[in-house]
Design a protein around this ligand. Structure first.
Ligand SMILES: NC(=O)c1ccc[n+]([C@@H]2O[C@H](COP(=O)([O-])OP(=O)(O)OC[C@H]3O[C@@H](n4cnc5c(N)ncnc54)[C@H](O)[C@@H]3O)[C@@H](O)[C@H]2O)c1
Length: 334
C-alpha cells in the first residue's frame, strides 16, 4: 500500500455512482485492512441500492454530502483521519453538460479543488495519496487512426471534458507546486452493471425490451474504446497502490466499436435470450439528431500502465457485454 500508516482510511467520493459502486466492494474485498468513507451527494446519478452488499461492513461508512462543502469535507478529514482520497465524484453525462454546464463546473472543478485543498492542509506527509479519476475525453477527438497516450495534448471539446481537463490540471499543479502525492488515471468508456439508465448501453437494452425505438446519434459511426467496469476497478486499485506520484495513466479496453455496432451486438444477445414477436430487436434501431460537437473517435494505447504496473484489461468484450445485458434484464424485466 501507499504510505506507512498501519490503518488506512480512504475517502472515496462519488462511490454511489456507476464506477464507484463497482469499485468500493472490490476494493474492500481486496484490501481487508482498510477503512472506506464514501462521500456522495446522491444526485440523480447515485444509487445506494448498488452498495447494499457492503452496507453492514464495519470498515465501510456512507456519508451523504457534497464534495464542494468545505466544512463537511474538513470535518470528515478530522473525524475519520483520512489518509488517502480517490475522487470519483463528478457530473458525468456529456449530454447534460451541453444542456446545463454550470453544475459540471461546480462539482468537477470546484469540488476537486475543495478536496485537494483540504487534503493539502490536513496531510503532513507525502505518503498520503490523492488519486483523481478522469477520462480520455480530455484529449479531444481522434480521426480514423491513432491512439491517445499519456503524452497526448489536452483538447477537450465538451463542457464535461473541459471541466474534467481543468480538474486534471489542478491536481497536476498540486504535485508540481506542493509536492503532493497525486496520480491521475484517464480511462475510456466503461460499461457493465450498475450504470445509470441514461447511458448508451442501458438505453439500448431498456428501449429494446420495452418495444421502443433504440436511439442512435447521427449515423452511428462514432467510435469508443469500451472497458468492462471490473477491469477499470482493478486498474484503479493497481494505480492507487503502485502508481508513481505526479504521473498519469491512460486505461482502455482495446475494444473499439462504433455506436451502431454496439446496438447490433446488444440486439444479437437479446434476440437469443428473449423471443420477440416482431423479429430481431435490431428493427427498433433508429438514427436520431446527432449530439452537438460529438467527438468522432476515442482510442487508448494503454502500454504504459501495462509496462510499468502490469495492468491490462482481461474481460473480452463479448463476455463483458453478456454479463451487462444479464444484469439489466434482471433490473428491467418485471
Ligand atoms: N463512466 C465512464 O465511462 C467513465 C469513463 C472515464 C472516466 N469516468 C470518470 O469516472 C468517475 C465516475 O464516473 P461514473 O460513470 O461512475 O459517474 P456517475 O455519474 O455514475 O456517478 C457519479 C457519482 O458522483 C456523485 N456526485 C455527483 N456530484 C457530486 C458532488 N458534488 N458531491 C458528491 N458526490 C457527487 C453522484 O451522486 C454519483 O453517485 C467520474 O469522475 C467520471 O468522469 C467515467
Amino acid at each position: 500500500m501507499v504510505g506507512h500508516q498501519s490503518k488506512k482510511t480512504i475517502l472515496i467520493t462519488g462511490g454511489a455512482g456507476f464506477i464507484g459502486s463497482n469499485f468500493i466492494p472490490y476494493f474492500l474485498d481486496k484490501n481487508p485492512g482498510i477503512n472506506v468513507v464514501n462521500l456522495d451527494a446522491l444526485t440523480y446519478a447515485g444509487d445506494l441500492d448498488n452498495l447494499r452488499e457492503i452496507d453492514a461492513q464495519p470498515n465501510y461508512t456512507f456519508v451523504k454530502g457534497d464534495i464542494c462543502d468545505y466544512v463537511l469535507v474538513n470535518q470528515l478529514f478530522e473525524k475519520y483521519k483520512i489518509t488517502d482520497v480517490i475522487n470519483f465524484a463528478a457530473e458525468s453525462h456529456v449530454d447534460n453538460s451541453i444542456n446545463s454546464p454550470g453544475q459540471f463546473i461546480k462539482t468537477n472543478i470546484e469540488g476537486t479543488f475543495n478536496l485537494i485543498e483540504i487534503a493539502r492542509n490536513y496531510w503532513k506527509s507525502k505518503n498520503n495519496r490523492f488519486h483523481h479519476i478522469s477520462t480520455d475525453e480530455v484529449y479531444g477527438s481522434l480521426g480514423e487512426n491513432g491512439y491517445f497516450t499519456e503524452a497526448s495534448n489536452y483538447q477537450p471539446n465538451s463542457p464535461y471534458s473541459a471541466s474534467k481537463a481543468s480538474s486534471d490540471f489542478l491536481v497536476r499543479s498540486y504535485h508540481h507546486t506542493y509536492g503532493m502525492n497525486v496520480v491521475t488515471s484517464n480511462c475510456s468508456n466503461n460499461y457493465g452493471p450498475k450504470q445509470h439508465d441514461e447511458k448508451l448501453i442501458p438505453t439500448i437494452i431498456r428501449s429494446a425490451i420495452k418495444g421502443m425505438k433504440i436511439p442512435i446519434y447521427g449515423n452511428g459511426k462514432n467510435v469508443r474504446d469500451w472497458l468492462f467496469v471490473q477491469d477499470h476497478c482493478i486498474g484503479i486499485d493497481t494505480i492507487f497502490k503502485k502508481g508513481v506520484a505526479g504521473e498519469t495513466y491512460v486505461l482502455g479496453g482495446n475494444s473499439e466499436y462504433d455506436n451502431l455496432t454496439i446496438a447490433k451486438k446488444v440486439c444479437d444477445i437479446l434476440d437469443l435470450k428473449l423471443a420477440n414477436s416482431k423479429g430481431s430487436y435490431k428493427n427498433q434501431i433508429e438514427f436520431v439528431e446527432d449530439r452537438l460537437g460529438h467527438d468522432f473517435r476515442y482510442a487508448i494505447d494503454a502500454s504504459k500502465v501495462f509496462e510499468k504496473l502490469g495492468w491490462k484489461a482481461s474481460e473480452s468484450f463479448e463476455s463483458g457485454l453478456e454479463k451487462t445485458v444479464n444484469w439489466y434484464l434482471n433490473k428491467y424485466r418485471p
